[in-house]
Every structure is written in structure tokens, then in C-alpha cells.
Design a protein around this ligand. Structure first.
Ligand SMILES: NC(=O)c1ccc[n+]([C@@H]2O[C@H](COP(=O)([O-])OP(=O)(O)OC[C@H]3O[C@@H](n4cnc5c(N)ncnc54)[C@H](O)[C@@H]3O)[C@@H](O)[C@H]2O)c1
Length: 253
């Protein structure tokens, strides 16, 4: 098992990529602390992981709120004594150009993805620095590396995460802490049908749009989870400041 004895904290763990990653990291031996805003849903996911033989608990936190982030880190440290892996995965997407995007949508997008990763890292880093080890992974996107249509705030948040990871890697490499991004392409999670609906597209047409990519399909949450496991574990012990694109070749051209 690649994460035996480790403690992993996952934001946006209530669905999609976050819950699939929680299940995989638990299977690989980690004690998983899932966070999200919906307590009932989080408790269900933690219970399912426990019933499958893993160790997981849910702690409620809205990553836009500094006190929530601080408390979730404190509670994790009180309960388990350490945080080895921090997966900053929470995010929202509003399909908007700049003129279309409201200030509230801008703030929600930036605060959930970029500020949330900042706050969680801010409160987790001191204990990692003290222990001299840790792996922090932010969920960016292919659209954190290249632009996408109707996604100005989202691209700003995801691009910010890529460069923030590099800056953090420089600052905290000497502390024994690695910081990387995973950059998914289109992945089959609740985010995609939501996007298709808001763009007025039928789901079949939306998915068919992936057929011109090199691997000809959208990705699964497990495929992203395996990349996160790689970045979380010692398999990537010499990798920091990297943005690992996992998109079936979508932005290879
Ligand atoms: N699905 C894709 O195609 C795709 C592609 C690239 C990047 N991503 C990124 O992957 C990450 C996970 O998304 P997903 O695809 O699994 O979709 P999802 O909607 O299933 O998961 C996002 C999770 O983040 C949570 N979240 C949002 N704002 C939050 C907040 N303020 N506090 C706490 N939790 C919050 C949501 O409640 C949800 O559980 C996101 O950062 C997303 O931008 C997804």
C-alpha cells in the first residue's frame, strides 16, 4: 500500500473527483479526512469507505471561509496528529465570458478554487514544516494551462493554482514539502452535465465533442484519482512545482 500510515485531507470530497480520490487513497492505506459543505452526504461517503475496510471521517468546511479551514486543520491534527497529504480539490464553474460573469460568480469561482487552496495550505503548512514532509496537490484544469471559451473566472482561478503551486514548491521544497497540480480534462462528474445544461447542449452532443481528442473520450474520476495518488505518494518523490495534465491528450496539440 502506497500511503500506509499517512493522513490525507481532501476538500470538495463530497462528489466526483474528490470522493473517488478519497476511496482510492483509503484503499492505499491512508486515513482520509473528507471535507465539504453537505454533512449528510459527507457522512455517507465516509461510511461507505469505512464499510469497504478503509478509514475515513467527514468534517464540514466551506473552503471560502478562513475559520472553517483553520478548524478543519486543527481538528485533523488533534484527532490524527499529522497531515501528510492535502488535496485542494474544491471548485465551481460558471460558464461565462467576462461581460456575462457577475461579480458574485467571479468571487465564488476564485474563492472556492484559488483562495480555498491558499487558506487550507496556509493552515496545514506549519505542521508539515514542523514534521519536514508533506505533499500538497491542487486540482487545476487543462484550462489552467490554456484558455477555454466562456470560462474567464475559471481559467483565472485554475491558472492561478498552477503558478501558486510553483511558488509554493520553491518556498517549501527546503522544508521537505512537495506542491503540485493535477490538471484534468473533461471528467465524468456532476460538473459536466451541469455545464452542458447551462450551455443549452444535449448531454450526448456534449460528450460527442470529446471524440476529436487523441483518446476520443472523456475521463473517469478513477483516472484522476490515480494521478493524485501518484503525486501524493513517494512514487513522485522528485516531482514538485509540476502541473500534471490528465486529459486524454485534449491539450496536447
Ligand atoms: N469534471 C471535470 O471535467 C473537471 C475538469 C477539470 C477540473 N475539474 C476540477 O475538479 C475539481 C472537482 O470537481 P468535480 O469535477 O469532481 O465536480 P463536483 O462538482 O462533483 O465536485 C466539486 C466539489 O467541490 C465542492 N465545493 C465547491 N465549492 C466549495 C466550497 N466553497 N467549499 C467546500 N466545497 C466546495 C462541491 O460541493 C463539490 O463537492 C474542481 O476543482 C473542478 O474545477 C473538473
Amino acid at each position: 500500500m502506497k500511503l500506509d500510515g499517512k493522513v490525507a485531507l481532501i476538500t470538495g470530497g463530497n462528489s466526483g473527483i474528490g470522493s473517488a480520490t478519497a476511496a482510492l487513497l483509503a484503499k492505499e492505506g491512508a486515513t482520509v479526512v473528507l471535507t465539504g459543505r453537505n454533512q449528510a452526504r459527507g457522512d455517507q461517503i465516509a461510511q461507505a469507505i469505512t464499510e469497504a475496510g478503509g478509514r475515513a471521517i467527514f468534517l464540514r468546511a466551506d473552503v471560502r471561509v478562513a475559520d472553517d479551514c483553520r478548524q478543519v486543520i486543527e481538528q485533523t491534527l488533534e484527532r490524527f496528529g499529522r497531515i501528510d497529504v492535502l488535496f485542494n480539490n474544491a471548485g465551481v464553474y460558471h460558464p461565462r465570458t467576462v461581460p456575462e460573469c457577475t461579480e458574485q460568480e467571479w468571487d465564488e469561482t476564485i474563492d472556492s478554487s484559488l483562495k480555498g487552496a491558499f487558506l487550507m495550505s496556509k493552515y496545514a503548512l506549519p505542521s508539515m514544516i514542523e514534521r519536514g514532509s508533506g505533499s500538497i496537490i491542487h486540482t487545476s484544469s487543462g484550462w489552467g494551462i490554456q484558455g477555454g471559451d466562456h470560462a474567464a473566472a475559471y481559467c483565472a482561478a485554475k491558472g492561478g493554482l498552477v503558478v501558486m503551486a510553483k511558488a509554493m514548491a520553491i518556498d517549501h521544497g527546503p522544508d521537505g514539502i512537495r506542491v503540485n497540480c493535477v490538471c484534468p480534462g473533461d471528467v465524468d462528474t456532476p460538473m459536466l452535465p451541469d455545464d452542458a445544461g447551462r450551455r443549452g447542449m444535449a448531454w450526448d452532443d456534449y460528450v460527442a465533442g470529446a471524440s476529436d481528442r487523441p483518446l476520443g473520450r472523456i475521463g473517469t474520476t478513477e483516472e484522476i484519482a490515480r494521478a493524485v495518488l501518484f503525486l501524493a505518494s513517494d512514487d513522485s518523490s522528485f516531482i514538485t512545482g509540476e502541473a500534471l495534465v490528465v486529459d486524454g491528450g485534449g491539450i496536447a496539440g
